[in-house]
Design a protein around this ligand. Structure first.
Ligand code: O2Y
Ligand code: MN
Length: 605
């Protein structure tokens, strides 16, 4: 032990919990994290000495590593919500009886850290001192987790101070590979044959066994800040959402904040760090993945980013798609499963440069360009502090958060959904959020290229019954005084033409859509009412300097929509009695509007 427990904290509940875990997991040593740079460097040096981390010659204070080939992504099939009643987990979560799960976990964790160091990581989700911030304590046997948690959260002594004698979310994590006496460790210990990521939303605790990767192991992120926090938010009247937060300033210097939900791998980080293609507009990044939103004293909705870093997908990050991210990761970055170049730099597909010769692939072997396999894993990641982002908003550290004027819902749809539409009102916005679906990519282990419903982009992250989650959103809407609720939008950057090509250039050009939204929340009347929502009035989207036919991006095909509505109605049946009547009514009204429209009515743009 670097410190004794009582030197470290006076929090008796924390003492008791840590002592219990030591006696259960039987580590060979225990280390209390202080979150200092020296601590980071010491652990990184230990990991470099055994070859798990490779320092990068070309990027100061940066490291490359690769994980076990079967431990490369979140594992939804091994992720459980353990509520007392199965109905409370709902049809979209894997449920386990909490008593049985606790029994299974006790058996798994017993002696699980033999031969390893147990690290105790106190961490704060949200700005230090914020009334909305919450503390978790992660116990782990993975030094990789320690380094990543130091980047992704406010971790160590500062978090303990924020916690004081208060309550915390206990998070127990083990890679599930104890070492016997004298046994040599592997470079990425894990146990793919037995993985469990279990959440107990009623008592507020998290247990993760068998994986050392990303969302499975960095328990502050998806496990706490979304699954557990969504259940807390329901109980306490706030929202924990899978949303980026950005600040948007007009050439006149007026600023608004926008929160946006997109399913995994739809370019949230790119949008959060957008470099505007229109002169005079400025985007600042508050967060790229998660938003906690509370009512402020003025009755508006305020958002904080509970995280302090980015765990971004590397492939596809280039000067064209996200120059700000490239600048952010020039130094002090951990790269996981990207390719390593001979000269000590990193490389990934669609980085914008040709693949250098003699690279080590994201699986750790020499990459054969003729193999047809990608050099970097499609879900390879960079971990970097948000403070390194050149456009990180100073308001991101505001303990009270930023006021949200607009909420955007998006998905990856090659047809049907228009580039942008505004909801008629809050309930219709909730309906748009509930109806998000997206063509899948690689962030979650599983098939790619299929359409998957992903309500509010929360399908893998909602800690309770999704139908009750919809009701919670409706209830939040009822609490706004007139005119104070954010406006809601649906966007789709991914619509394709009959030639299979994307119709919209995306990335920096998305500022044109944000500008239109900015003008709407500033009082413009630039909309046309259609059966599916309010779309931009012809000429109201700034297309200056862009040669892009706009009509196909807003085409509303009645037949396509009839199929869409039927399909959506069928999906919503999944939620049974918990599907709120107000959304049933939205469905009915949409059907009526579509039935009484004709394709000719679609306004020309
Ligand atoms: O595969 C993982 O463990 C990471 S998933 C992830 C990471 C950062 C932000 N979002 C996600 C996600 O899947 O939504
Ligand atoms: Mn995410």
């Amino acid at each position: 032990m670097n410190l004794s427990l009582s030197e470290w904290t006076q929090n008796r509940e924390l003492h008791r919990w840590i002592e219990d875990q030591i006696s259960l997991c039987q580590p060979s040593s225990v280390y209390f994290c202080d979150g200092s740079e020296e601590e980071f460097d010491h652990i990184a040096a230990q990991m470099a000495a055994i070859g798990t981390l490779v320092p990068l010659k070309k990027r100061p204070h940066s490291f490359w590593c690769y994980s076990h080939p079967d431990d490369v992504a979140r594992v939804e099939e091994s992720t459980f919500i353990c509520s007392q009643r199965k109905e409370d987990a709902g049809p979209t979560n894997n449920w386990q009886n909490p008593v049985l799960m606790k029994k299974e976990l006790r058996a798994l964790f017993a002696n699980s850290m033999r031969g390893r160091t147990m690290y105790v990581i106190p961490y704060c989700m949200g700005p230090l001192g914020s009334p909305y911030a919450r503390v978790g304590v992660e116990i782990t046997d993975s030094p990789y987790v320690v380094l990543n948690m130091q980047i992704m959260t406010r971790m160590g002594t500062v978090a303990l101070k924020h916690l004081g004698l208060g309550p915390f979310i206990p998070c127990l994590h083990s890679v599930g590979r104890p070492l016997s006496e004298g046994e040599k460790d592997v470079s990425w210990p894990c146990n793919p044959a037995k993985r469990v990521i279990a959440h107990f939303p009623e008592e507020g605790s998290i247990f993760s066994y068998g994986s050392g990767y990303g969302g499975n192991a960095l328990l502050g992120k998806k496990c706490f800040a979304l699954r557990i926090a969504s259940a807390l938010g329901r109980k306490e009247g706030w929202l924990a959402e899978h949303m980026l937060i950005l600040g948007l300033t007009s050439p006149e210097g007026r600023k608004i904040y926008i929160a946006a939900a997109f399913p995994s791998a739809c370019g949230k980080t790119n949008l959060a760090m957008l470099t505007p293609a229109l002169a005079g507009w400025k985007v600042e990044c508050v967060g790229d993945d998660i938003a906690w939103m509370h009512f402020g004293s003025d009755g508006r909705l305020y958002a904080i980013n509970p995280e302090a870093g980015f765990f971004g997908v590397a492939p596809g990050t280039s000067m064209q798609t996200n120059p700000i991210a490239l600048k952010t990761i020039e130094r002090n970055t951990i790269f996981t499963n990207v390719a390593l170049t001979e000269c000590g730099d990193v490389w990934w597909e669609k980085m914008g440069t040709p693949p250098p010769k003699n690279m080590t692939s994201g699986c750790g072997s020499l990459w054969d360009p003729e193999s047809g396999k990608s050099a970097a894993h499609p879900n390879s990641r960079f971990t970097v502090s948000a403070k390194q982002c050149p456009i990180y908003s100073s308001s991101a550290e505001d303990p009270l958060g930023v006021p949200i004027s607009a909420i955007i819902f998006g998905g990856r749809r090659s047809s049907v959904m228009p580039l942008v539409m505004e909801a008629f009102d809050w309930n219709h916005g909730v309906f748009l959020g509930a109806g998000i679906s997206s063509e899948t990519t690689a962030a979650a282990a599983g098939k790619t290229g299929h359409l998957r419903h992903d309500p509010f982009a929360m399908l893998p992250f909602c800690g309770y019954h999704m139908g009750d989650y919809f009701s919670h959103w409706l209830e939040m809407g009822r609490r706004f005084q007139k005119g104070l609720s954010p406006r809601m939008y649906a966007v789709n950057w991914f619509r394709k033409g009959s030639d299979g090509q994307f119709l919209w250039p995306g990335f920096g050009e998305n500022i044109r859509v944000l500008k239109w939204i900015f003008e709407r929340v500033s009082g413009s009347d630039h909309t046309v009412r259609t059966p599916i929502g309010m779309i931009p009035r012809p000429g109201s989207i700034d297309l200056s300097g862009l040669s892009c036919p706009i009509e196909p991006l807003f085409a509303i095909d009645r037949k396509e929509w009839q199929i869409e509505v039927q399909e959506l109605e069928c999906y919503f049946r999944l939620f049974g009695r918990n599907f709120p009547p107000a959304l049933q009514e939205e469905m009915l009204q949409l059907k009526k509007r579509i039935a009484s429209s004709s394709n000719e009515e679609t306004p020309p743009l």
